[in-house]
Design a protein around this ligand. Structure first.
Ligand SMILES: Cc1ncc(COP(=O)(O)O)c(C=O)c1O
Length: 379
């Protein structure tokens, strides 16, 4: 059997990782400014993470959600503390799309409504309602199409208010990324997030903060949306929570009450995922990684702004977009194969940086120097 060929890949086989570095099967060492797509939060093969999962698998690999799993309560407590949301409730699943799917479904159970507001440029995953809320018709199959989702312009308060004035009483939820990742590292303004909160309160809709990519401390806040000073009703998360062990989750505000059977999953909240996620939360807290993400993000962005030939630098913390006046495919190839540095992309003209939250200034400088050199030879 062959693999189903859906991923355009780089011809590199990564076999080992440590901190912000990875190695290929030929022994070449690469700086990882991409964090395996925002997944690596505390660095590759962090010893606390490796030990937690190794210890757990020696004790018990899996048992179902039909028994007490104390690790779940421990994780909920740690995430509540890290995000300053001790009174929220945690439900665990297995991926970002699944987290959003559960968030949208839960909102609809809560207020009995069907309509969802999403935004132009949004990416929320590839499962049925998550993909229907994603602004990319190429990945929406006919079976996923629904008249219940309306796309409004991102960061447009007037359009939001006008839409709520028209059909606010039918709107179940508003789903929004704090920083659009796939959409080009577009940061939601404070005023926009506050307006979403206000409209949701006025009309009884649920504010869903998709924190799958921008969450888990990456921007200096546990949830990037909280920069606006208002809380969402449901936060969805995945990528960074367990440093690569597959896990998704939603944090749910106290006013949304659970009922037996309303949500459920076989693998969600399993022992190994919880052990990995607890280790990550402990390292984030102990090593003050949210603070490091904020400081290093400011440093990288201010240095990028001094490089000639870049048209825009935006983002917050360690979720950074670098926009160029040309397509970046060639530049990314040079970074990877000549400079041995992984970066991400967002559209054709934007390079996306999503490094581990404990990246050092020395590591960041290696990237900045390499980019400076390539831009100098490009000009
Ligand atoms: C903002 C956002 N939401 C949801 C998802 C979907 O997550 P997953 O690929 O784990 O299903 C992604 C993935 O890139 C994402 O960036």
């Amino acid at each position: 059997m062959k693999m189903f060929d859906v991923y355009p890949i780089n011809d590199v086989t990564i076999v080992k990782g440590e901190g912000s570095w990875v190695w290929d099967d030929k022994g070449n060492k690469y700086l990882d400014m991409y964090g395996g797509h925002a997944v690596i939060s505390i660095g590759h093969s962090h010893p606390a993470y490796v030990n937690a999962i190794t210890d757990q698998i020696h004790k018990l690999g899996f048992y179902s959600n039909s028994v007490v799993i104390e690790l779940q309560a421990t994780l909920a407590e740690k995430l509540g503390k890290l995000s300053s949301k001790n009174d929220y409730q945690l439900f665990m699943c297995n991926s970002g799309a699944e987290a959003n799917e559960n968030a949208l479904k839960l909102a609809s159970f809560h207020n009995g409504r069907k309509k969802v507001v999403a935004f132009k440029g949004a990416f929320h995953g590839r499962t049925s309602l998550a993909v229907a809320c994603t602004d990319n018709p190429a990945i929406v199959a006919p079976v996923n199409e629904t008249p219940n989702v309306t796309f409004l312009p991102y960061n447009d308060i007037e359009a939001l208010e006008a839409h709520f004035a028209k059909e606010g009483n039918e709107i179940s939820s508003v789903i929004v990324e704090g920083i659009q990742g796939v959409g080009g590292i577009r940061v939601a303004s404070r005023e926009f997030l506050r307006a979403i909160r206000k409209q949701c309160d006025k009309y009884g809709a649920v504010y869903i903060a998709d924190s799958v990519q921008c969450g888990c401390g990456r921007t200096g806040y546990y949830y990037s949306h909280d920069y606006a000073g208002v809380s969402a009703d449901i936060y969805s998360m995945a990528k960074g929570i367990a440093n690569g062990f597959p896990i998704g989750a939603i944090a749910i505000c106290p006013k949304i009450a659970p009922k037996y059977g309303m949500l459920g999953t076989t693998f969600g909240g399993n022992h190994l995922a919880c052990a990995g996620a607890i280790a990550v939360a402990e390292v984030i807290e102990k090593d003050k990684l949210m603070g490091n993400a904020a400081v290093m993000g400011d440093y990288i962005m201010s240095e990028l702004k001094t490089i000639k030939g870049i048209s825009d630098v935006r983002g917050r913390g360690l979720m950074i977009g670098i926009e160029f006046p040309f397509e970046t495919a060639e530049l990314r190839k040079k970074l990877l194969f000549e400079k041995k540095i992984f970066v991400g992309a967002s559209g054709k003209n934007i390079i996306r940086l999503l490094p581990a939250l404990n990246i050092t200034k020395e590591n960041a400088d290696i990237f900045l120097e390499a980019l400076r050199e390539l831009m100098a030879t490009n000009n």
